[in-house]
Write a protein that binds this ligand. Structure first.
Ligand code: EPZ
Length: 421
């Protein structure tokens, strides 16, 4: 296994180009299953998660070519069975179920199971499929959805924590080829859902309202091949912006959508970090001493759960008390005990973390537990005095393309090493 070795205390300076969004790319790759014609998807980040998704598409019979950020998928002849061995590697793979059901009228997909950040059920995905007329059976760890015909329906897809991103994506994809009109109420408004809807429209789907809580899909008989450029990754952009603030540097983010980052920019501003447009780019730097901030994670356009851990590292450096409340995933505080190893003073109280910021951080060996927690540890390591070894960075490689190389270009002293056993 590999680790990052970081010599902290170096302010980041320079320009970083943000890659295509992982969480937009994954459902868009799955959407290519909806047509027997080739689809060309550009700006796909080269990550283990996108590699896994490519393997899953191939295992279903699709021909996939992935080179230089461009993925070509031709799903001329496919079958509807997705094996546990592949699906278990990545929860995002559940979004193949909607396209398979739409195209073949049957899908048998392994249940992805829980993960370290929470239980991650798929009941809302299944509720949507059932509303379209599918029969759902769960047996032997697999969910089987079958339908003689899919018929448009009005459905409410809100859950315990609000809307569901992949649930909305899955049901929207299934509804593109259903007969009649589907209305999804309490739909996820995330930019990744809008990006998928845009791709589906280029494929010939009839969708309106994506980006709002009500999405209307009028079914069409057939979808065709299409080309698409994936949106920039707002979570990667936020991660680099926070790293710049944490190290008291100044960086320019290129290939970034400020309109997708409003909640993050607002909280950075409150923490005394300025984020300013320079043409198409964003320039991030501290205005002075960091200030404490209270944050609650919410579905878009609220503060993203995927930036909660990174922001906690920053707030550990801000003198005063910050309260971070996690409302999306019940167990997304695994980074807290590792941040404590670097000297951060954080207590967990139910769904909230109370960060008593301003204590000096010093380097230590730490263990990455999930993707965004790993990013938080890297940020803390960059800001800490001395040497930090972040172990198990395979989590990080799932969602950040060449993070170490990008950080090195900004002046960070970070290298990838083989973990000592
Ligand atoms: C997506 O996961 C992202 N993954 C996650 O990114 C992200 O954290 C999450 O959305 C929230 O923004 C991908 O896009 C591949 P949800 P998803 O369904 O769609 C509950 C990262 O670090 N729920 O929006 O699986 C669920 O338990 C990751 O890149 C149900 O109750 O998340 C949670 O509390 C990790 N029933 C809430 O809804 C369901 O059927 C939101 O989950 C589905 C979800």
């Amino acid at each position: 296994m590999e680790s990052f070795l970081i010599k902290g205390g170096v302010p980041l300076h320079g320009t970083v180009a943000i890659g295509g969004s992982k969480n937009a790319a994954l459902p868009i790759m799955a959407a290519a299953l909806l047509t027997d014609e080739p689809c060309v998807i550009r700006g796909v980040p080269h990550l283990s998660d996108t590699e896994f998704m490519a393997q899953i598409l191939e295992s279903l019979g699709a021909r996939v070519k992935f080179a230089d950020g461009t993925l070509t998928v031709c799903a001329r002849k496919i079958h509807g069975y997705a094996d546990y061995e592949l699906v278990r590697k990545m929860r995002g793979s559940i979004c193949i179920a909607g396209p398979l059901l739409a195209r073949l009228r049957r899908a048998r997909v392994s249940l992805p199971g829980g993960c370290i950040i929470g239980a991650r059920p798929i009941n809302l995905h299944l509720k949507g499929f059932a509303a379209l007329g599918a029969t759902i059976q769960i047996a032997g760890g697999y969910v089987a959805a079958t339908a003689k015909k899919l018929t448009g329906a009005t459905m409410f897809l809100g859950g315990r924590a609000g809307s569901t991103v992949l649930g909305t994506a899955n049901v929207m994809m299934a509804a593109t080829l259903a007969e009649g009109v589907t209305v999804i109420e309490s739909a996820a408004c995330e930019p990744e859902v809008v990006d998928l809807a845009n791709f589906l429209q280029v494929m010939g789907a009839n969708i309106s309202g994506a980006g709002s809580p009500t999405i209307t899909i009028t079914g069409v008989k057939k979808l065709h091949g299409a080309e698409h450029q994936v949106i920039p990754d707002r979570i990667e952009a936020a991660t680099f912006a926070i790293a710049a603030a944490a190290t008291d540097g100044e960086i320019t983010l290129k290939n970034v959508r400020a309109d997708h980052l409003r909640a993050v920019i607002d909280k950075l501003n409150e923490a005394n970090v300025s984020v300013q447009r320079r043409g198409e780019a964003l320039v991030v730097k501290r205005r002075g001493k960091l200030k404490p901030v209270d944050i609650t994670t919410l579905p878009y356009s609220g503060f993203p759960t995927d930036v909660q851990a990174q922001m906690m590292s920053l707030l550990a450096l801000a003198p005063g008390i910050s309260i971070i409340t996690e409302r999306i995933f019940e167990a997304r505080f695994m980074h807290v005990s590792e941040l404590a190893r670097l000297g951060a003073d954080i207590e967990i109280e139910g769904p909230s973390a109370i960060v008593k910021g301003g204590k000096p951080l010093s380097g230590a060996p730490v263990m990455a537990s999930d993707l965004r927690a790993s990013a938080a540890l890297v940020i803390a390591g960059l800001a800490a005095k001395g040497e930090t070894q972040v172990n198990r960075i395979y989590h990080l490689d799932r969602g950040y393309e060449k993070m170490d190389a990008k950080l090195r270009k900004l002046g960070a002293r970070i290298r990838r090493i083989q973990e000592k056993t």
